[in-house]
Design a protein around this ligand. Structure first.
Ligand code: DX5
Ligand code: ZN
Length: 218
């Protein structure tokens, strides 16, 4: 799908009405699936068994965001389930390049995420290894937090570096994305937008997705 891509996060969905909540976001590009292990982040969601059911049920492809320790060991399992993209945290990976190559070999888009306090420069020399880079715009762990505008210079610099190198990397933002913040992230070069509470907290989910898309274009 072309940019701007809108990826609703099921962290804000109803976990016992997941099928219905997946069907409500059919007009979005990817469903964003937040896997948390209560170790890399202080919160716990679900693992491969649940993600496999989401994969079987979702009308749109899966964008898996792993907030877990030891992604080198666990990330390939999500590619095997059939996730379109698998994103792990740079801070948690032992060998991010080897892991990205393995994910690509398995047919997934390889993604790497960095927390607000992690510098972008560590990725400059390995940009081409990733199909997408996720610049976190909140501390990972919870939905409903406020967007951190101080992450925008880092995003802008990474996007500039990718363009200089002729890389086709997608740039994703995640955390606090709403009607009032999405344009800032788009202006800094983001092309893929994760939104949890802004989508599932809306009365009309379809209209919320369309509204975010419109504001990301402006
Ligand atoms: C936070 C997760 C996000 C979360 C975003 O750690 O990675 O994907 O669902 O939620 P909102 O859009 O409510 O900030
Ligand atoms: Zn996420």
């Amino acid at each position: 799908p072309d940019a701007p891509r809108i990826n609703p996060s099921i962290l804000s969905a109803d976990f016992v009405n997941m099928q219905a909540d997946l069907e409500r976001i059919a007009s979005a590009d990817f469903v964003h699936v937040d896997v948390m292990d209560n170790h890399f982040v202080p919160n716990l969601t679900f693992g491969p068994q649940m993600v496999e059911r989401v994969q079987a049920t979702s009308p749109i492809p899966l964008d898996v965001h792993l907030m877990i320790t030891d992604p080198d060991r666990w990330a390939p399992g999500y590619a095997e389930i059939g996730a379109a993209s698998v994103t792990f945290h740079l801070e948690a990976a032992t060998d991010p390049v080897a892991l990205a190559r393995r994910l690509r070999d398995m047919g997934a888009r390889a993604g790497v995420a960095i927390k607000p306090g992690t510098a972008g420069e560590a990725l400059y020399d390995i940009l081409e290894e990733f199909d997408q880079i996720l610049v976190m715009t909140v501390e990972p762990g919870f939905g409903g937090q406020g967007f951190m505008p101080e992450t925008m210079p880092k995003l802008r610099a990474l996007v500039g570096e990718a363009r200089r190198r002729g890389a086709a990397t997608w740039f994703q933002v995640d955390g606090g994305i709403s009607d009032s913040t999405i344009a800032q992230a788009a202006a800094a070069g983001a092309d893929t937008f994760v939104a949890g509470s802004a989508v599932y907290g809306a009365d009309d989910v379809e209209a919320a997705i369309a509204g975010l898309r419109e504001r990301a274009r402006a």
